[in-house]
Design a protein around this ligand. Structure first.
Ligand code: SF4
Length: 214
């Protein structure tokens, strides 16, 4: 099977087995998703979803967050990983949004990456989820699953992985492909002990250590 065929078969399986795939972060507005994605670095979505209701109740708008201090924000996010850095990022992000973008979350990757706490991965998530753009955020799950499935080859960095993936995935499917790979990595193709016996891709997966029995 060549790479084009491999992508086609993997995509077909996901469309069949996971027709709906969305972020597990809870949000109502682009600003709320931005806050949640910044908090989600090195932290589980479950934990972030426990933190954001009180945080966003206290800071419901970009202006509210911009007018606060990292010390105040820290109190609401201290159960998250890296709360010191993230509280600075959240306030900095809101101030930059207000001062440079009129308080509106921008849609461009370059603009998004000008916001404190927003790297390429976060920018891609916002661009894909909020603006339905063909941007593919490569986190640890996407990176691992893509390599095991043979979708990426010798990709040493998330950016190298992203470049290979977007080359073969049809543009309109890129936003959902991000969620397919994340959810598959989170629940089935886990880092240690992947659940290959439950995997709908087992027959076409070339991963040498796959275990088809429990
Ligand atoms: S067969 Fe195993 S290694 Fe391959 S994608 Fe499925 S869970 Fe991952």
């Amino acid at each position: 099977m060549n790479r084009k065929e491999r992508f086609a078969r993997v995509i077909e399986r996901f469309q069949q087995h996971m027709p709906v795939a969305e972020t597990e972060l809870l949000y109502r507005t682009p600003y709320e998703l931005l806050v949640a994605v910044i908090l989600s670095a090195q932290c589980t979505d479950k934990r972030v979803n426990m933190i954001t209701p009180a945080l966003l109740h206290r800071f419901p708008t970009v202006s509210d967050m911009a007018g606060s201090t990292p010390q105040e924000v820290y109190e609401y996010i201290k159960s998250c990983s890296y709360p010191n850095n993230k509280s600075k990022h959240l306030v900095g992000m809101a101030r930059t949004l207000l001062n440079e973008f009129g308080g509106i979350v921008p849609s461009g990757i370059e603009d998004l990456m000008r916001l404190p706490g927003v790297g390429r991965k976060t920018a891609n998530v916002i661009a894909a989820v909020v603006f339905n753009q063909p941007a593919l955020a490569v986190d640890t799950h996407v990176f691992r699953v893509s390599a095991r499935l043979g979708l990426t080859r010798n990709a040493r960095t998330p950016l190298a992985s992203e470049r290979q993936l977007v080359q073969y995935i049809p543009e309109k499917l890129i936003p959902i492909a991000h969620h397919w790979l994340i959810l598959h990595g989170r629940y089935v193709c886990t880092s240690r002990r992947p659940k290959c016996h439950l995997c709908h891709l087992a027959d076409i997966c070339p991963y040498p250590d796959k275990k088809i029995r429990t």
